[in-house]
Design a protein. Structure first.
Length: 153
């Protein structure tokens, strides 16, 4: 089974309207992924798992990539956790980090730091948008995401 797991709210109208039907068999939303829910991923049999993590979930995305079989991931406006930096080199799956050019400097710096620590990562900074590029520049974000997934998978 090919699954996209979105760490974010299913109430977000943009995210729930994105059409990934041609790429994934199932799209799952996890509002606040817990350690227990992440353990469930280990038990289920998947051919492909991709994670899309919204801003408040960047640490969970990195933890999933370090500890579980994740084929690719996207982290939006991540906040760098220095406690993870020594384990980030274990991430081998493709990761795309997406920031908005008008976001706070702390998040732009975090994106660059994750990119520096993770060898197989791509950093995209979308112009004229802030902390939520998937809302501020919907079409540009979706095209960037689609291209990354097509290349990564």
């Amino acid at each position: 089974m090919k699954e996209l797991c979105i760490f974010g709210s299913s109430n977000d109208s943009f995210l729930s309207s994105m059409d990934f039907g041609h790429m994934f068999d199932r799209v799952t939303f996890m509002d606040y992924p817990s350690v227990d829910s992440m353990q469930e991923f280990k038990k289920e049999n998947r051919d492909l798992l991709v994670i899309l993590g919204l801003p408040e979930h960047s640490e969970r995305v990195m933890s999933m990539m370090i500890n579980f079989n994740v084929n690719a991931a996207v982290s939006v406006s991540p906040d760098f956790n220095p406690e993870l930096k020594y384990r980030l080199s274990r991430i081998e799956s493709p990761l795309m980090i997406v920031n908005g050019s008008d976001d706070e400097e702390r998040f732009l710096k975090s994106g660059r730091m994750y990119h520096d620590y993770i060898e197989n990562s791509t950093l995209k900074v979308l112009k004229k948008c802030g902390h939520f590029p998937y809302r501020d520049r919907k079409e540009s974000f979706f095209l960037t995401l689609k291209r990354f997934l097509e290349d990564a998978l």
